[in-house]
Ligand binder design. Structure first.
Ligand SMILES: *Cc1c(COP(=O)(O)O)cnc(C)c1O
Length: 453
């Protein structure tokens, strides 16, 4: 029998996260204060995050210990399996060997609990009562609801209106874990009211929802805020994925030539890629790491590297990143988790330095890839995850043309069992190509008066 599944035992759950900042040739530029535009220190983050997470945010230590309590909860679903994609290889008739790491086995169905659990743990330890957050596709809100429930924390979620309407079951899932969910923009915050006054029918965006959740935390001493992507500490927690994947690849007797992951703010990409990128940065290996983004929200492939806000209203520090401009509202594609205007600062710096790559995919190509994968491998991928599959299929097809037996590793960051509306729309012929013009991108960027990085 072919070996399809590469598993690890519970005792092999890694006990440290990997901080790539220690090995970067150029470290990220400092964040700037949104008002004064001077570099800010870690203190500026204190109203929003507990001290331990701020320490991780600015840490330059290579390895950071995972607390036992966090590892214990991880063991509910970790180590996650890795599979050899024999079915997909056959369907594509490619000489490439394709593997995927499957994060959909977590309680909420994606990679997000890897950081949600860690963030809830550090907040609980700091005596915090309530955590606010935003959610796009509902994946992050569900993960944080699950994690908060575990530690007895209240959880308040601002859900992008488009997803709130399209994904009622995601909301019920959050309610089941005890969270309260509001459609964003809401009338509960000044940020939300401001946007609603300008555009009452808005479908919302992650940037707006972030503004709402941040405002709530900034104005209540018992409340902190949690972000599901972009920030350094979030990327750090996700490296558990790549640390496991390294061990699994070793067991399979392989080293990937290319590691591929979908890209929203960068956390699942960083999570799988950074432990492999470490081998390129420190041991002379040549492992390509490729981020996959939607053509309708192409910050990595068509955005600009400059300082920008993380949210829409301009409350967060200015971060040096690839961005389409914080007022950019992407087309309402189903991959809600990828509808974000910017990218994490670490990933942005790595892209600027040519150490990672990015590809953009049209909506139709993404669904074709997702369906091909479901038919060949069984698992129905989340529309976000299907972006990574689309990149992998392009790579595998290139291998076929060139007769190359490269090893491709995909991060299958979540299942699509709550995304049947998206697949339904595809089968009904309602998914359309969306052409984003250069003029649209330029006009969004032209609104920025922030410094170039
Ligand atoms: C949130 C999410 C993403 C995008 O966020 P990243 O931080 O870039 O990983 C991608 N896929 C799934 C399934 C998600 O839940």
């Amino acid at each position: 029998m072919q070996q399809r599944k590469i598993t690890l035992s519970e005792s092999e759950i890694p006990d440290q996260w990997y901080n790539i900042v220690a090995d970067m040739p150029n470290r990220p530029l400092p964040p700037l204060h949104p008002g004064t535009r001077e570099p800010i220190g870690p203190d500026a983050l204190a109203p929003l995050f507990p001290e331990e997470l701020i320490k991780q945010e600015v840490s330059t230590e290579r390895w950071i210990d995972i607390p036992d309590e966090v590892r214990n909860i991880y063991s509910l679903w970790r180590p996650t399996p890795m599979y050899r994609a024999y079915g997909l290889e056959k369907a594509l008739d490619t000489p490439a060997r394709i593997y995927y790491k499957y994060e959909g086995v977590s309680p909420s169905g994606s990679h997000k609990p890897n950081t949600a659990v860690a963030q809830a743990y550090y907040n609980k330890a700091a005596g915090v009562k309530r955590i606010t957050t935003e959610t796009g596709a509902g994946q992050w809100g569900s993960a944080l609801s699950f994690a908060c429930q575990h530690f007895g924390l209240e959880c308040e979620v601002y859900m992008v209106r488009l997803s709130y309407e399209h994904k009622p079951y995601r909301k019920v899932m959050m309610n089941t874990w005890g969270a309260t969910v509001y459609p964003s923009p809401s009338d509960r915050t000044e940020a939300g009211r401001k946007v609603l006054a300008k555009d009452p029918d808005t479908t919302g965006s992650l940037g707006i929802a972030i503004s709402e959740a941040v405002e709530r935390a900034a104005t209540d001493p018992d409340t902190k805020y949690a972000l599901g992507s972009v920030l350094n500490h979030v990327l750090l927690h996700q490296t558990i994925i790549g640390q496991e994947a390294l061990l699994q690849m070793e067991k399979a007797g392989e080293l990937p030539d290319v590691v591929i992951a979908p890209f929203g703010g960068g956390s699942n990409f960083a999570g799988i890629a950074f432990p492999f990128l470490r081998l390129s940065l420190t041991q002379g290996k040549q492992i390509r790491c490729v981020a996959s983004e939607p053509a309708s929200c192409p910050k990595l492939t068509r955005g600009q590297f400059r300082y920008d806000f993380g949210d829409t209203v301009g409350m967060t520090p200015l971060l040096p990143m690839y961005t389409l401009g914080h007022n950019f509202v992407p087309a309402p594609i189903h991959a809600g988790g990828l509808r974000y205007h910017g990218a994490g600062v670490i990933v942005s710096q790595l892209l600027k330095d040519g150490l990672i790559e990015a590809r953009a995919h049209d909506n139709l190509e993404v669904f074709e890839a997702g369906i091909a994968f479901a038919r060949a491998e069984g698992i129905i991928p989340a529309p976000e995850a299907a972006h990574g599959i689309a990149t992998a299929i392009r790579e595998a097809e290139r291998c076929k043309e060139a007769g190359e037996d490269k090893v491709i590793l995909i991060n299958l960051c979540g299942h699509g069992n709550f995304d049947m509306k998206a697949y339904q729309d595809y089968f009904a012929g309602k998914i359309e190509s969306h052409e984003l013009t250069t003029a649209e991108i330029e006009s969004s960027l032209a609104e920025l008066d922030t410094p170039l990085a």
